[in-house]
Design a protein around this ligand. Structure first.
Ligand code: ADP
Length: 296
């Protein structure tokens, strides 16, 4: 549904996108993650024709995003990261205004979403909190009924309960065949929500794949609470165990089987152990460290 090949963009001699190639399949929720300044927003803006790439190919639903940007926009519900527009309009009015140019918008659904997300539709946008503005943008994207949703940091500034609601809403939309491409800093939410993830770093794709494949080979992680204060010298270091922590709260990362770790720590004064292994956060950290190592 979304296809990019070797996309490049340079701002004043600074390359921001350096040959980005990726595919987003129809009916999936695809996460686009990476540190600040990686180029995620710039890429999303290229998709909706707000930014023109210097070279490469980019299509949405088979349409060239550069030459057919109007046709692309009618197929995309876009929630940008910036929330500074139309401060004097009421939330419900802005929603109506924003979805009108789509072929089959659903204003009623949009207003219901505002209610569900606890956004007062009669309040002026300028008086809404940052999180509420993000919810209005999200409601717009969903109520546009466009086959593709492009969401720039949709979870930003949302509390955990609102995140869960939004995650459920997006799952439902994807299961009805809509395609969701979202950028996020929240790797926990990304892991819960997305079937595929692309990691972007300094304008390049570092890793891309189905979440369950990416999670294979990620180190295990245990959170351990001890009955007494521990120092690093009392903790076993064989089997490549990596410890971090202080006092009674420690975390250990490992690449060997869990049983081997348990045998290593069996004699320690443990109060509780929580298995917190196999997370995208670990993969991201490792990729990022490797990249910083290469650069320095
Ligand atoms: P991300 O969304 O991953 O945080 P962005 O795409 O917003 O990254 O930004 C990538 C880089 O491009 C940053 O260094 C940013 O300062 C730069 N950049 C973004 N937009 C512009 C612009 N309009 N003019 C100049 N530089 C820009």
């Amino acid at each position: 549904m979304i296809r990019a090949r070797e996309l490049t963009k340079t701002y004043r001699n600074t390359p921001v996108l350096r040959g980005v190639t990726l595919d987003v399949s129809q009916g999936t929720i695809h996460g686009f993650v990476g540190p600040n300044g990686a180029g995620k927003s710039t890429f999303l803006k290229c998709l909706v024709g707000v930014v023109h790439p210097d070279s490469g190919e980019i299509t949405v639903d088979g349409l060239d995003a550069r030459r057919r940007s109007l046709a692309v926009r009618s197929r995309v519900g876009y929630a940008p990261a910036e929330t500074s527009l139309y401060h004097r309009m009421k939330a419900g009015e802005l929603l109506d205004f924003a979805i009108r140019y789509h072929p089959s918008p659903d204003l009623q659904r949009g207003l219901q979403l505002l209610e569900q997300l606890e956004v007062p539709s009669r309040r002026r946008v300028g008086e809404l909190s940052h999180g509420m503005k993000r919810k209005v943008l999200l409601a717009q994207a969903i109520a546009s009924n466009a086959p593709v949703m492009i969401l720039d940091e949709p979870m930003e500034a949302l509390d955990p309960e609102a995140r869960r609601i939004v995650e459920d809403l997006l799952r439902k939309e994807a299961s009805s065949g809509r395609t969701v491409f979202l950028s996020s800093h929240d790797l926990y939410s990304t892991q819960r929500l997305c079937s595929r993830v692309t990691f972007l770093h300094r304008g390049r794709v570092l890793r891309d794949g189905p979440v369950h494949d990416l999670l294979k080979g990620i180190p295990g992680r245990l959170h351990i609470q001890f009955r007494e204060s521990m120092s690093a010298s009392r903790l076993p270091s064989s089997e490549g165990l990596e410890w971090s922590g202080v006092d009674i709260n420690w975390q250990v990362r490992f690449h060997c089987p869990l049983e081997k770790v348990m045998a290593q720590i069996a004699s320690l004064p443990i109060a509780s152990v929580r298995d917190d292994g196999g997370h995208l956060e670990d993969l991201f950290e490792d990729l990022y460290q490797a990249e910083v190592g290469v650069d320095s």
